[in-house]
Write a protein that binds this ligand. Structure first.
Ligand SMILES: Cc1cc2nc3c(=O)[nH]c(=O)nc-3n(C[C@H](O)[C@H](O)[C@H](O)COP(=O)(O)OP(=O)(O)OC[C@H]3O[C@@H](n4cnc5c(N)ncnc54)[C@H](O)[C@@H]3O)c2cc1C
Length: 390
């Protein structure tokens, strides 16, 4: 099996590196890492990616892509993430909503939203989770009553990240309360977050300073033309959308590992270079090995996507491996750097500008958002190994 990239892909890599060298601004890096509302620099950068067709590269030219293969896209995503630039894989419109609309949206929806997404003009917020429904999404209860030419929504969503600044919502609602098979009563709607009365959006902060939102819906009207796919089929469409959300590239997180390795090479403790400590060497080698394995799995996933293969099990494996790797990397960094690693970036004593302190606080949520690690293990047990549902 040949794991190398083609000469064209290497040329693409060089091209995007040159672009990133010129276009990535310091303030958009910080802004994006901390997942605050996108700054003007971030919007500008996303717009420039869009002009190149690199925000949604796999889409056909008519919708703003360049018809790239999944592996070309992987190269692009890797380089953007490695530059700590605003990465398309964290842009919900480009990563989740657009690809799902390409598959399930009607022509009017594609015409309206795809060009805006591909040019980096808009962002979406995903509203699946509710106070009583997360992993068990089929139990969601935000009601959407049929009122003729619109749906009337009442209820609450939880952890609707970016709802405070995104232009649109992508929300799962209950449209049938009578079907005993709960997953068959769910539909997917697009919501205009900026021009819809009845919404209350409040930020909720986690320990890293990252914020999501809770959204209250009081007699909110959504036109019926905003229904995505068929009525009561939303659960299946969300299933497809989650596969887009869980696809990964890991190279962006290899950079902190490289910084940690440099730190170890250049730091002495109790008169001895850290690089000679066998425990530290073993820990770093273990992490490097896991990066290599996760990279191969992620590339195999691209190949499966390219060949239109159903990859539920492989996507779960990739999501699990990558998110747990980042979490373990953050832990290892703090162990190796000791108290200097825990200091925040504004301290002159902070090791590696507080990068690991931040990652340590932020990385637990990677294992939760988009489906928890336990749920990924359930998928692997049932879909991968054929075990009965627990
Ligand atoms: C930072 C952050 C951002 C998020 N952004 C969004 C967003 O933009 N949009 C959105 O809709 N949601 C978002 N979420 C919500 C996220 O998808 C849910 O938190 C997640 O799916 C878990 O749901 P829950 O919180 O209800 O926990 P629960 O489902 O109640 O789970 C609680 C615990 O029980 C475990 N568990 C549950 N069921 C099982 C099972 N069958 N087998 C084994 N263990 C199980 C879980 O793994 C978890 O450890 C975000 C979450 C975070 C932390």
């Amino acid at each position: 099996m040949d794991f190398s990239f083609t000469p064209q892909q290497e040329r693409l890599r060089e091209e995007i590196r040159a672009f990133l060298e010129k276009e990535v601004k310091e303030d958009s890096k910080v802004d994006f890492l901390y997942d605050r509302p996108y700054s003007p620099a971030t919007w500008e950068f996303l717009g420039k990616l869009g002009e190149k067709g690199w925000l949604c590269p796999t889409w056909p030219g008519e919708w703003g892509g360049i018809g790239a293969s999944a592996l070309d896209n992987y190269v692009i995503q890797e380089e953007i993430a490695y530059a700590f630039a605003p990465a398309p894989f964290a842009v919900i419109g480009a990563m989740v909503v657009g690809p799902t609309l390409l598959a399930y949206g009607n022509e009017a929806q594609k015409n309206k939203y795809l060009p805006l997404i591909a040019r980096g003009k808009v962002e979406f917020s995903m509203g699946y989770t509710e106070p009583q429904s997360g992993s068990d999404l089929a139990s969601l209860s935000l009601r959407a009553e049929d009122k003729g030419d619109y749906y009337l929504l009442n209820g609450q969503k939880m952890f609707s990240t970016k709802a405070d600044f995104a232009q649109y919502g992508w929300i799962a609602v209950r449209t049938d309360t009578t079907n005993p098979k709960k997953h068959k009563g769910i539909s997917l709607l697009i919501l205009d977050l900026k021009n819809t009365p009845g919404l209350t959006i409040r930020p909720i902060y986690n320990m890293s300073g990252y914020h999501s939102t809770e959204v209250f819906y009081d007699d909110v009207r959504i036109p019926k033309e905003n229904l995505v796919g068929d009525l009561n089929q939303g659960f299946y469409i969300i299933g497809a959308a989650l596969l887009f959300e869980r696809a990964v590239t890991i190279r962006g997180f290899h950079k902190p590992l490289e910084l940690l390795v440099d730190y170890v090479k250049n730091t002495r403790r109790r008169g001895r270079p850290l690089s000679e400590d066998p425990l530290i060497r073993r820990k770093l080698a273990e992490l490097e090995m896991r990066f290599a394995v996760t990279g191969v799995i992620a590339r195999r996933l691209c190949w499966m996507q390219q060949n239109k293969m159903f990859a539920l099990n492989e996507t779960a494996i990739a999501k699990l491996l990558s998110t747990e790797l980042v979490y373990d990397l953050a832990n290892a960094g703090l162990q190796i750097m000791g108290p200097y690693g825990e200091l925040q970036s504004d301290s002159k004593y902070a090791a590696l500008q507080g990068c690991f302190a931040h990652m340590y606080q932020e990385s637990p949520h990677y294992k939760i958002a988009g489906g928890t690690s336990e749920i990924q293990r359930q998928i692997i047990a049932t879909r991968g190994l054929g075990l009965p549902r627990g």
